[in-house]
Design a protein around this ligand. Structure first.
Ligand code: PLP
Length: 434
């Protein structure tokens, strides 16, 4: 049987990868005896087997077979500081020297809470969690109790955590809440459906840019329509800024000038440690005031000193509002260069996104929602992924590209050059601009 050209190219990429990575393969096979598929975090798996990353330094990674990569995925956005920022390391060591499990209010939690509140003014009061998933679950709980309603509006392609994922419907692993899933970036439908069901809707939960769906920016008129519709319905608008809070000095919502009732945070804000937070309107958050509120919010590690210390160091010494703005600008410039490459060579390869986060799509025309991506041949994404690995660039098989602070100009040149090389090598297999 002869393989189609793309299958042939992919089989060849897999063969080369397997040959070059015997130690990763052994590790994977050994791990599979303890964990299903050798995996404890689904996004990290890809065929034929995922690389084992042995160590990192700055913006560089080394795999178990000793190959060096420029890190262009940075822990799916949590790793904005790189792998060895001295400021973070010192903060964590100092915290550990003071004792790690103090079983009490500690000296560090209020300091980080204040830093976050000052940076994101819509967050009048906040509470910490251990992940973005938990932050969203708690924000939804807050909204359900505050409004006394059950229904939650979300958007197809939305990802709010391991138990809060959505295609056209909630994914099988999504918590069984009363969800109404609407199309993203469709202001008219959202307005109509929210108005129709106004008395039942507790919350509208949305990413200002859908991250996991492929860096699809929310259009300002759509997000404004959600703000207005939620207010008119007496529902709470929750912006999931777990990814997008890095896309400007004070997060994407503030760039757009839209104020949500609740905001969820995560990823890099904990300095690279486990982190999540939810917060917003003081009256909504007062439900969690143990002196007067009706709701408990627990979590053994919510105020763990390592996260509290690393987060503070990161936000005040490294990823300051100025640094966030500069990284976003760097990303915009890189994305413009990447898009010029596809355009110049007449291939349908575009990079969507905002600031320091972007995603490659083998598609012509505007990407407004996840359904627009249905036509993309997923094999091309894989081919690109293995091509980039060969060029010494570590990314994600879905085409996600994440900038971090220690990435140098030479790294960015390497990425842009590798995309040019990919187009040159595989032009015959890529869709042409029509
Ligand atoms: N919300 C968004 C927008 C995310 O991108 C993610 C993670 O990728 C989450 C929530 C979940 O965060 P965590 O993985 O910390 O649970």
């Amino acid at each position: 049987m002869t393989l189609a050209p793309i299958d042939h190219a992919l089989a060849e990429a897999h063969r080369r990868f397997t040959e070059a990575n015997p130690a990763s393969r052994r590790q994977f096979e050994a791990n599979a005896e303890s964990m299903p598929g050798g995996n404890t975090r689904s996004v990290l798996f890809y065929a034929p087997f995922p690389l084992t990353i042995a160590r990192g330094e700055g913006a560089a990674l080394w795999d178990a077979d000793g190959h060096r990569y420029a890190d262009f995925i940075a822990e799916y956005t949590a790793g904005v500081y790189g792998h060895s920022a001295p400021e973070i390391r010192e903060a964590v060591i100092e915290a550990m020297q003071g004792g790690v499990n103090l079983t009490g209010h500690n000296l560090l939690e209020g300091r980080l809470a204040r830093t976050i509140r000052e940076r994101f003014p819509q967050v009048e009061r906040l509470r910490f969690t251990n992940s973005g998933t938990e932050a969203n679950l708690m924000a939804l709980t807050a909204a359900l109790h505050f409004t006394g309603r059950r229904r939650i509006v979300v958007f197809s392609g939305g990802y709010h955590g391991g138990v809060l994922g959505f295609g056209d419907q909630p994914l099988p692993t999504t918590v069984p809440f009363d969800f109404l899933v609407l199309p993203y970036n469709d202001a008219e439908t959202a307005r109509a459906r929210i108005a129709e069901q106004a008395s039942q809707i507790a919350a509208v939960l949305v990413e200002p840019m859908q991250g996991a769906a492929g860096c699809i920016p929310g259009q300002a008129d759509f997000l404004r329509a959600l703000r207005e519709a939620a207010t008119a319905a007496g529902a709470l608008l929750i912006f999931d800024e777990v990814m997008t809070s890095r896309l400007g000095p004070r997060g994407l919502a503030n760039e757009l000038g839209i104020r949500a009732d609740l905001t969820t945070l995560g990823k890099y804000i904990g300095g690279g440690m486990s982190f999540g937070a939810f917060g917003g309107r003081a009256d909504v958050m007062a439900q969690f005031d143990p002196r007067t509120g009706a709701l408990a919010h627990s979590g053994t590690f919510n105020n763990n000193v390592m996260t509290m210390a690393a987060g503070q160091a990161g936000l005040t010494q490294l990823f300051t509002p100025e640094a966030a703005g500069a990284l976003a600008e760097r990303g915009e410039a890189m994305r413009a260069r990447l898009n010029a490459l596809g355009a110049k060579d007449g291939v349908a390869l575009q990079f969507t996104g905002v600031g320091s986060l972007m995603n490659a799509h083998f598609l012509q025309g505007e990407v407004r929602r996840v359904a627009d991506l249905a036509a993309v041949d997923g094999r091309l994404r894989q081919l690109l992924f293995f091509h980039l690995l060969n060029a010494g660039i570590y990314t994600s098989p879905r085409g996600f590209v994440v900038l971090s602070l220690p990435l140098g100009d030479a790294d960015i040149e390497r990425y842009v050059g590798a995309i040019g090389g990919f187009i040159a090598e595989y032009r015959a297999l890529l869709p042409a601009v029509g």
